[in-house]
Design a protein around this ligand. Structure first.
Ligand SMILES: N[C@@H](CCC(=O)N[C@@H](CS)C(=O)NCC(=O)O)C(=O)O
Length: 244
């Protein structure tokens, strides 16, 4: 039976899993959920309310890193975890930092700027949903936006910290990518996948499967940040194109 992926199309943690499944050539079916309305469904499957979650013929796995562990163990072709234990440890350390620091920072920064613009953010949050869901989401938008800010601690001060965190991680990625093709060893691994997927909302690749807002609509704070990190983001965009 095909693997089911419970996801938000906009989520960069879900992009990690979409990419891992595609990379391994595993067929899967996306079950697109709407933030807020997802809780009941996800809690019926697993302990926390977070996506991504996969259901592989009754085996439920939650969280992008745990899902990649599971896929590499169950479907070892095209591994994303290096075989060499030292390199595996390095890849997992990169991935952990990217998940815990960069992924959270990218999300905080983006939502801080986009949540004040419903016409831009609602199509992203309700991507792949029907018009009725979209209309209901617009109707409840004020409440949803303030819950999202509360539940993910999104405000001016966390957004400032997010910029510092993104700077630090991007600068370390740049130091490696300037000399080598991959973060760990000489093959593409879950470290590169995590870096390119979690920063993807900042360089908006077409392979992500989302209709990104027009550059001209994006708040100036975001375009300025992107412009000032052009080199580092470019090295991620290239690797995304080569391996996605
Ligand atoms: N570390 C987790 C993070 C997942 C995560 O933060 N998911 C967010 C979407 S980007 C989510 O589901 N938020 C809703 C919730 O927590 O109920 C992973 O790698 O999967």
């Amino acid at each position: 039976m095909t693997i089911k992926l419970y996801q938000f199309p906009i989520s960069h943690y879900c992009e990690k899993v979409r990419w891992a499944l595609d990379y391994k050539g595993l067929p899967f079916r996306k079950i697109n959920l709407v933030p807020g309305l997802h809780v009941r469904k996800i809690r019926s499957l697993s302990e926390k309310s977070q996506v991504p979650v996969i259901d592989d013929n009754g085996t439920i796995v939650q969280g992008s890193s745990a899902i990649i562990d599971y896929l590499d163990k169950t479907y070892p072709e095209r591994p994303l975890t290096p075989h060499d234990p030292v390199l595996a440890e390095q890849a997992l350390a990169w991935e952990k930092r990217l998940d815990d620091v960069a992924g959270v920072a990218v999300r905080t920064f983006i939502y801080h700027h986009l949540l004040s613009s419903p016409s831009m953010v609602v199509p992203l949050l309700t991507a792949k949903q029907n018009v009725i869901v979209k209309a209901l989401f617009y109707a409840a938008y004020k409440k949803i936006a303030s819950s999202m800010r509360r539940w993910m601690s999104i405000n001016e001060s966390t957004s400032q910290k997010a910029m510092t965190d993104m700077d630090a991680v991007l600068s370390d990625l740049r130091k490696v990518y300037v000399n080598t093709r991959y973060l760990v060893g000489d093959e593409f691994s879950r470290a590169d996948l995590a870096a390119c997927a979690l920063f993807a909302p900042m360089y908006q690749p077409s392979g992500y499967g989302l209709k990104w807002p027009e550059m001209s609509e994006i708040p100036v704070e975001m375009t300025e940040w992107v412009a000032s990190h052009d080199d580092a983001l470019h090295s991620l965009a290239i690797r995304y194109e080569q391996n996605r």
